[in-house]
Design a protein around this ligand. Structure first.
Ligand SMILES: Cc1cc2nc3c(=O)[nH]c(=O)nc-3n(C[C@H](O)[C@H](O)[C@H](O)COP(=O)(O)O)c2cc1C
Length: 385
């Protein structure tokens, strides 16, 4: 099939992946209201067209989280990439490095931090789920330091995992082993099965030394989710701030109050996120939450945004509304599932090209200009719900 945009990569991913993995990536929680809102609310904003602006190719580089990056977006943490494509985490890291943007590895990964580091010398970040097992948490932090992870995202919107109804219907939530029914469904996607089977039975490297997490990725994943610390509180973030000397970013902020608390505790930034509509259904979209949060924390506190990014224009709207940078979730995961490393590269290139063309048509010469004159370029068309 011809791939022109991220939706096409999504379609290609749905053809290649077993249904239960595709639905796990694609779905949101409960009625999927927030999941839809993340997309819909981008269309509440419009872009100013300016003509005859004598535009050269716009400069897409910009600063976030301590570096100047080639593009204003990066690859955010997505769990179990190695189940969608063999060595998926390494492939995503390599594609990010080739585009000179960071890759954030999820706690819930098939590959270990060390394996990802061996595969790529690019900028690596690590996403931490704080587990009720503090010794294991400390091992994660040491592995992140050893692998040269420059930033740590502590995800705070998962005190309990919401029900994703597509997963329940597929039997995915209760799955810990490859049942005959699952095996039959996996065989329906031979290209995917052949690729994954070459790596043997996938398992989560970071807990391979822990028999209490079980064996095989499915059982380990179920146990890891169960072990997320439900009682995580602000004082734990303060402790983590003392422990982790590099960039610390809190992921899953959606209200100005929480953003102010994060700033007061001394973290380096926040990701405005509702976990891609996979957690609190009914929560606001991230793009509608952004202006209030920016107003609360002031201009100098780093704000990243994720949720529903499928178009270059979404990224431009986020940056023009006060985000320092944007993180991709499903957009690159569809690419990985569809075509491995080249699929991730294709997702990045599609968005790069869309941003470049859009800025040119807006008469805007750079991401820097977009950020500094945000309200000039990004206009509110309708009041948000
Ligand atoms: C399949 C999948 C797995 C995810 N796993 C994680 C994870 O392990 N840690 C985390 O902090 N966020 C995780 N997220 C959330 C993403 O980091 C991000 O917040 C979300 O995907 C953004 O929405 P978008 O996919 O619509 O762009 C996951 C998202 C998806 C779709």
């Amino acid at each position: 099939m011809t791939v022109v945009n991220i939706d096409d990569l999504r379609e290609a991913a749905s053809r290649r992946l077993p249904k239960l993995f595709f639905d796990y990536i694609d779905g949101g929680s409960f009625a999927e209201e927030t999941y839809r809102r993340n997309r819909e609310d981008f269309s509440q904003l419009s872009l100013r067209q300016t003509v005859l602006a004598d535009s050269a190719e716009p400069d897409l580089s910009t600063d976030y989280l301590g570096h100047r990056h080639a593009l204003p977006f990066m690859l955010g943490p997505v769990g179990f990439l190695g189940l969608y494509s063999r060595n998926g985490e390494q492939k995503a890291a390599r594609a990010a490095d080739a585009a000179r943007i960071p890759f954030a590895l999820s706690t819930f990964s098939i590959a270990s931090l060390a394996e990802v580091r061996r595969a790529s010398s690019g900028i690596l970040h690590f996403q931490l789920y704080v587990l009720d097992d503090h010794e294991l948490g400390e091992q994660f932090l040491r592995a992140a330091e050893d692998a040269g992870a420059e930033a740590l995202y502590v995800t705070v919107d998962t005190a309990i995992t919401a029900i994703r109804e597509r997963d329940v219907r597929n039997g995915f939530r209760s799955l810990t082993r490859v049942s005959p029914r699952l095996f039959a469904s996996l065989c329906g996607k031979p290209a995917w099965l052949f690729d994954i089977a070459q790596g043997g039975m996938p398992s989560v490297k970071a807990v391979e030394h822990r028999p209490d997490f079980g064996s095989g990725a499915l059982e380990q994943a179920a146990n890891l989710s169960r072990r997320i610390d439900k009682r995580l509180a602000w004082h734990d973030i303060a402790r983590l701030r003392d422990r982790w000397k590099r960039k610390l970013v809190i992921k899953g902020i959606l209200s100005p109050d929480d953003a102010e608390k994060a700033k007061a505790i001394g973290v380096d930034g926040a990701v405005i996120s509702n976990h891609g509509g996979r957690q609190l259904d009914g929560a606001t979209s991230t793009i509608s939450a952004l202006p209030g949060i920016r107003a609360a924390v002031g201009p100098d506190f780093t704000l990243m945004l994720d949720g529903g990014i499928r178009r270059g224009s979404d990224i431009i709207k986020a940056l023009g509304s006060g985000a320092d940078g944007v993180m991709l979730g499903r957009a690159y995961t569809y690419g990985l599932a569809a075509a491995g490393q080249s699929g991730v590269a294709q997702a990045i290139e599609i968005l790069r090209q869309e941003i470049s063309i859009t800025l040119t048509l807006m008469g805007c010469g750079s991401i820097g200009e977009l950020k500094s004159k945000g309200p000039h370029f990004v206009l509110k068309t309708k009041p948000s719900a």
